[in-house]
Design a protein around this ligand. Structure first.
Ligand code: SF4
Length: 74
């Protein structure tokens, strides 16, 4: 059964109506790594890195690293 990811970040390229994430995979990181560039370092399409582990004290210290700003229709 596929995992369903609900997300409220409506300006993300992978977000869709109903607060659904449409990415095949997401990478969640701790906030201190929010600015790390996993795309360049590990060349994953979704900014994925399965090679390291971190510890978070609460959910507020985590963030989605797969976020990609939605392109504006102009
Ligand atoms: S990639 Fe991350 S920020 Fe974007 S919709 Fe999915 S869970 Fe939300």
């Amino acid at each position: 059964m596929p995992t369903i990811v609900k997300c409220s970040v409506a300006n993300c390229e992978y977000w869709s109506e109903g607060n659904n994430c449409t990415a095949d995979m997401i990478m969640v990181e701790i906030d201190p790594h929010a600015n790390a560039n996993f795309k360049e370092e590990f060349a994953g399409e979704y900014g994925h890195d399965s090679g390291h582990k971190d510890q978070a004290k609460s959910s507020s210290q985590t963030c989605c690293h797969t976020f990609k700003p939605k392109k504006q229709n102009k």
